[in-house]
Write a protein that binds this ligand. Structure first.
Ligand SMILES: [Zn+2]
Length: 167
């Protein structure tokens, strides 16, 4: 949730992966994932899978169904923080991490938590600083259809929105 930059002197690389580095911000103790290569919108950054599959959400899980929440494999994907102007998307139907905006080496990967989460385990106040920041992030169920229409959403979330509208 804290935006770090690879040029930020208070942040250090703590692990390297094929296409990304995990950074630790020593001031905030927040970890974040940064690309080490360039991506363009539509690129499949990687495939992901499920570690643990469980019926409830935690701060580490991604929702893939009504009572289905997964921990991410590869594990370092868990360090992708939220932004209200995300640059990647977890497609939980194809199990692909997809690029939404151009990424250059050093850029932090971010995704829109409500794009996968209907109801969040740990709501928080966002300070991503982007125009149109939604501030309270507590899951797609709390957002208007108009707000949700601005984002790429998983098939599961789109289905939940349709169910809610048909009530
Ligand atoms: Zn925000």
């Amino acid at each position: 949730m804290i935006t770090t930059s690879i040029t930020n002197p208070s942040a250090e690389v703590i692990s390297n992966h094929i296409f990304a580095n995990v950074l630790l911000n020593n001031e905030s103790s927040q970890k974040s994932l940064h690309t080490s290569v360039s991506f363009t919108p539509g690129d499949v950054i990687c495939h992901f899978g499920a570690g643990v599959i469980q019926p409830y959400a935690t701060y580490l899980t991604v929702q893939t169904g009504a009572d289905r929440h997964i921990t991410l494999v590869p594990e370092f994907l868990q360090y992708i923080n939220h932004s209200c102007a995300p640059n990647v998307f977890f497609n939980t139907s194809t199990m692909e991490l997809v690029c939404l905006r151009s990424l250059q080496p050093g850029d932090e990967f971010t995704f829109f938590y409500p794009s996968t989460e209907w109801e969040m385990a740990q709501p928080f106040v966002c300070n991503c600083g982007h125009e149109g920041c939604l501030q309270l992030i507590n899951g797609a169920s709390h957002l208007s259809v108009e707000t949700l229409s601005k984002y790429k959403l998983t098939d599961f979330i789109r289905q939940q929105v349709r169910l809610k509208l048909s009530l």
